[in-house]
Design a protein around this ligand. Structure first.
Ligand code: WTA
Length: 644
């Protein structure tokens, strides 16, 4: 739309940018679209180390793709060893700060040493290429160390966000068939200890026969029971380890990691990422989107438990030889200026966060950032959900002082890396739009029949061509992979997002079209919450929808019918909220539970979630209700008052 404000890149930024001006962007884009083999082959040769060159750049047997077929490489080698013969060897790789204020600066040489030592620990436990490890850890350097040690040996890792409950942890350990769990006694969050080892004990005792070893890093020093034979202290194993451990020469398609994410059923999907293509995608987007320079201090505030942390705290930044900042705790501890204090202290140049965090900080007032010198910042980023123009403008004005471009990056756990985002020295920005696709990304906006819709028309966002960082399958379930991503609109990748494209070709992401909610930038499926609720003995049926929320984007709103019995809605409501937190994790705790005698259903018995969504959004129902079995249910639900 022509009235959207436009921010062209400023001259100073463009002059130094790795991609300057629209012509340079268009050249890259056209080359990748027209000659993908040459384009990606050249970049892979230039930007990654290979033990053995590939025979084909890619092999596409829809819906399965392989990149750099026959090539041998290693992600850990690319993130560490190859920097050691350069001036980067003494450069800080990880700049870490714990919530209590303790800190560490780990150089590439030291990180390499620590990763080799931990790799030897894993080897000494009998682990080998092809085994699987679950990592359930706080945001401490040992988390990337463990990831890089697994990658070094070809042990496929799955990081489980520390906010997940023991139930969620158990399901992931079982699905992956992990031989080892790597954890910590606990971590610090809002000055309280989050006990992780306790949750591991609860998850695995008697329930996870595949797990032979639990390795526990000491972080908080609290009393931690250890089961002899199974549990080992990281520092004790490390004391018997050594500094030298060569990286295994792995196939380009070797499974690097599985990351579980919410789908449209109650069972989370294990998204599989492999080696060469994934790393190239993460490495190139560090350059294209974050315009990374040798001297930059870069900070992504995500948790490594989500994909953003995998690609843009660990693998992308380290492969690009960046100094990556890692912070353990909450943004409001001890006060609302913790992040800005960190930016000033470490002279952060590039800062990447989520719209939810920005909105929460806006609410605290401009005086918090005003206390700190933010002049080191030169580029800002946003990810996880659509950023509303008002939050964009605040971020630009108050944090970036009107000087820093904002890269709004659209991507997904499945895409492995950034897909639609501006190259900040080239693409004029429009607040609220993720702007233009990365090279090699061919999006389209289509109807359900797969027909492209016109400019400014809403439709489904699809991707027409496989890209290097694309998920390869769902762990253990290739049929679900095919069905979820490649069958909705036959032959193309279905993102699950609605979007529109304006006449300048800019993409505006409108949110999910499936039963996935986005709460504070965290993905959560309505079915996952529903299955948790119906496990409670008092609950007969449950239907869950996302309700618009000013800060968190969406909030979890549950409609519940009860079995026969005498319940206090007040008490039971609290109990059910707690129950969901226990079943999934505190971040999934419902904002609202509404009790009802019945749920609106079609005559064939399907719950009409669309109606429920309308009810929580507007407390009324406007759309077509002719297929509804019992209209009175809806009238009563709509009449119930919002409890927020
Ligand atoms: C949403 C996070 C609008 C989208 C990297 C997507 C966004 C889902 C943006 C993936 C953005 C992510 N603008 N929406 N810049 N980035 N999303 O798998 O709905 O946790 O499908 O990956 O987040 O969430 P996921």
């Amino acid at each position: 739309m022509s009235q959207d404000p436009i921010y062209p890149p400023n001259r100073e930024f463009t002059a130094k940018a790795s991609v300057s001006g629209m012509d340079a962007y268009r050249r890259l884009y056209t080359e990748a679209a027209e000659q993908p083999e040459e384009f990606w082959g050249q970049l892979a040769g230039e930007h990654l180390h290979w033990f053995q060159k590939w025979s084909h750049v890619f092999e596409w047997n829809p819906p399965f793709v392989k990149w750099f077929v026959g090539g041998k490489t290693n992600v850990s080698y690319n993130c560490l060893d190859r920097h050691l013969n350069s001036p980067r060897k003494d450069k800080v790789a990880i700049l870490w700060e714990g919530e209590p204020g303790d800190s560490r600066a780990i150089t590439y040489t030291e990180l390499h040493r620590l990763v080799c030592r931990f790799s030897n620990v894993l080897l000494a436990r009998g682990l080998k290429t092809g085994d699987r490890a679950i990592l359930y850890m706080p945001m401490i350097p040992e988390l990337p160390i463990a990831m890089l040690a697994c990658a070094r040996l070809g042990i496929t890792h799955s990081v489980v966000f520390g906010g997940f409950s023991s139930e969620a942890l158990k399901a992931r350990i079982q699905d992956l068939g992990a031989q080892v769990v790597i954890t910590a006694d606990g971590g610090w969050r809002r000055a309280k200890e989050v006990r992780l080892k306790d949750a591991v004990d609860e998850a695995i005792t008697g329930e996870c026969p595949s797990v032979k070893d639990v390795i526990v890093c000491r972080r908080t020093g609290s009393d931690t029971p250890m089961q002899p034979g199974r549990d080992h202290w990281w520092h004790e194993l490390d004391a018997a380890s050594q500094d030298h451990c060569p990286a295994v020469e792995l196939d380009s398609e070797h499974p690097l990691y599985v990351l579980y994410t919410s789908g449209t059923t109650g069972k989370p999907k294990g998204i599989l990422h492999t080696t060469g293509g994934y790393l190239l995608h993460a490495t190139m987007t560090m350059r294209w989107v974050f315009d990374i320079k040798e001297e930059d201090v870069y900070w992504c505030s995500a948790d490594i438990g989500w994909v953003t942390g995998h690609s843009y705290i660990v693998y992308g930044p380290l492969s690009a030889g960046t100094t990556t900042v890692m912070y353990e705790g909450a943004p409001d501890t001890p006060a609302f200026d913790r992040w800005w204090a960190l930016v000033a202290k470490y002279k952060v140049n590039i800062f990447y966060t989520s719209p939810t965090a920005i909105r929460a900080l806006i609410r605290q007032g401009d005086e918090w950032p005003a206390k700190h010198d933010l002049s080191s910042l030169r580029l800002l980023g946003s990810v996880g959900e659509p950023i509303n123009p008002a939050a964009w403008e605040w971020y630009h004005r108050v944090i970036g002082k009107g000087r820093c471009p904002i890269v709004d990056t659209w991507w997904q756990t499945e895409t492995g890396g950034i897909m639609i985002a501006p190259m900040p020295g080239a693409v004029p920005l429009k607040p609220g739009s993720a702007t233009l696709p990365m090279p090699g990304v061919l999006p389209e906006i289509v109807s359900l029949e797969g027909k492209p819709v016109g400019d400014d028309q809403e439709g489904f966002l699809i991707l027409k061509r496989p890209w290097p960082g694309m998920l390869r399958t769902i762990w253990g379930d290739p049929e679900r992979y095919r069905e979820q991503y490649w069958s909705r609109v036959p032959g193309v990748y279905f993102t699950g997002d609605a979007a529109r494209r304006d006449k300048d070709g800019y993409y505006w992401i409108l949110g999910r079209v499936d039963d996935v909610m986005n709460v504070s930038g965290h993905r959560l499926s309505t079915m996952e919450v529903e299955s948790a609720l119906v496990k409670h003995p008092a609950v007969a049926e449950a239907a869950v929808v996302g309700k618009p929320h000013e800060i968190t984007g969406q909030a979890v709103c549950c409609f519940v019918t009860l079995k026969k019995g005498d319940y206090s809605h007040d008490i039971l409501g609290k109990e059910l909220r707690q129950w969901v937190a226990h079943e999934i994790g505190a971040f999934a705790r419902p904002a609202e539970i509404r009790f009802t005698e019945a749920l609106p259903k079609t005559r064939s018995g399907k719950i009409m979630r669309r109606l429920l969504r309308e009810i929580v959004t507007s407390n009324s129902v406007a759309g077509d209700v002719t297929t509804l079995e019992d209209m009175s249910v809806v009238t009563r639900l709509a009449a119930q008052h919002d409890e927020d």
